[in-house]
Design a protein around this ligand. Structure first.
Ligand code: FAD
Length: 388
């Protein structure tokens, strides 16, 4: 009988997993039924929400219709998953129940806006499309002499380089408009993106200085006082005019509601083996951001892409033989914004046998005027690949 592969989530990791499994099956002339379940009809490229907030991209250009996958033979179902019954190989959605032979969980993270007092009531963000549209309005109204504060409440958060990108890009944004706006960054890290190593940290530190960003490392966030418009950290308080907030990461609801998914050491993440399999159920693979920290890897699209390729290779190995077991491939490269330019880095992910996790060894590879445009072109090209 043809095997049923169910992919929960049609974001970055779910899309890569679906495509890779399909391509692999074609190569060996095998069949499987691939279904992607997503809570809305679109595949989004979240880094473009940044560009929407700054007016560099339109809201429509951040997404492509998942229904386009159907022409390749991948079934797309719009439904919100509620829970997984791993023992009975069933996913419960709002509209229906779905059975599988293999399950790929690619649900990203949920945003824990309620995790700290005042965080849900104050500030803007560009971590979803609706948020980005509101952030654009707020940024367009900033006046001379005002302060924009960027707050990172806790670690790790989605896209480790984001706060430094938005801080320097905003500084360039206001300078280009001849507005004197002070930018502040409140960061729990000891130095910028410290987990990516000293070369990248030094570069980002210099960029923050160059763009005049007031930087507060080692900050332990407590709460926001909406009445005073201030961020309260251990030992201090910062007043702002506009607050830009990074969401605390939380386990996606369907995983929190299901037996056997939360990682015991830290229930914000899913338990997972280095080859992307579930520790107890060998028919379940975990490839979304919720699976990265237990593997020793930071939260980013480039890393879920590698994890999704790992899972796809292992599923193909199970189905047709001759592959794997596959481990997360590296190196991966990424481009970040630095003011109005782009900078590039590369990360290797060697596996540490003693720790049983991957380690991140990242290098700074340069800053380029054209880098920003290359980054934007990559995201739009990705969506064009799925579009129309
Ligand atoms: C502003 C910003 C800038 C970024 N910049 C970069 C960058 O420069 N480089 C980089 O590598 N990464 C970057 N990222 C991070 C990158 O976008 C994420 O790492 C990536 O999207 C994670 O992929 P995922 O598949 O785990 O989650 P997602 O892409 O979020 O996909 C999750 C999918 O699951 C669906 N879903 C959720 N819950 C349910 C449910 N209950 N039922 C059904 N479907 C559900 C969602 O609709 C979504 O389609 C950035 C992110 C943001 C927000």
């Amino acid at each position: 009988m043809v095997k049923r592969i169910l992919i929960l989530g049609g974001g970055v990791s779910g899309y890569v997993a679906a495509k890779r499994i399909l391509e692999g099956l074609k190569e060996v002339n095998e069949q499987a039924e691939i279904t992607v379940i997503n809570k809305d009809p679109y595949h989004y490229m979240p880094p473009l929400f940044f560009d929407v907030a700054l007016g560099y991209a339109s809201p429509e250009s951040t997404r492509a219709s998942l229904a386009n996958l159907e022409k390749y033979g991948i079934k797309v179902v719009v439904d919100e998953a509620q829970s997984i019954d791993a023992a009975n190989r069933t996913v419960a959605g709002t509209k229906d129940k779905y059975q599988y032979d293999y399950l790929v969980v690619a649900l990203g993270i949920d945003y824990g806006w309620n995790a700290y007092p005042g965080l849900d009531k104050e500030g803007v963000h560009n971590y979803d499309l609706d948020g980005a549209i509101k952030a654009k309005k707020a940024l367009d109204q900033v006046k001379d002499g005002q302060n924009v504060t960027i707050l990172v409440p806790e670690l790790p958060y989605r896209c480790g380089i984001y706060p430094y990108e938005i801080a320097t890009a905003l500084s360039a944004f206001f300078r280009a408009r001849n507005k004197k706006v002070s930018i502040r960054l409140i960061d729990p890290m000891p130095s910028p993106a410290a987990s990516l190593g000293p070369a990248i940290a030094r570069f980002l530190h210099d960029q923050l200085e160059y763009y005049g960003v007031e930087y507060h490392p080692n900050s332990k966030f407590r709460e926001i006082d909406p009445s005073k418009k201030s961020v309260i950290v251990e030992g201090g308080e910062f007043k702002y005019d506009v607050l830009i907030k990074v969401p605390p990461s939380r386990l996606p609801k369907p995983l929190a509601a299901s037996e056997g998914f939360a990682w015991k050491q830290d229930p914000r993440w899913t338990a997972v083996l280095p080859n992307a399999r579930h520790p107890q159920y060998d028919d379940i693979y975990l490839v979304g951001e919720h699976a990265l920290p237990p593997l020793g890897i930071g939260l980013a699209g480039v890393f879920v892409e590698s994890l999704a390729i790992t899972a796809a290779t292992n599923i193909l190995g199970d189905l047709v033989g001759g592959f794997g077991p596959a481990f997360v491939p590296s190196p991966v490269s990424c481009v970040g914004y630095a003011g109005d330019k782009g900078w590039a880095g590369t990360c290797e992910l060697p596996f540490d046998q003693d720790k049983g996790t991957y380690t991140m060894k990242c290098y700074f590879t340069g800053v380029y005027t054209i880098g920003r445009l290359l980054k934007q072109a990559f995201y739009h090209g990705w969506l064009d690949g799925l579009g129309g």
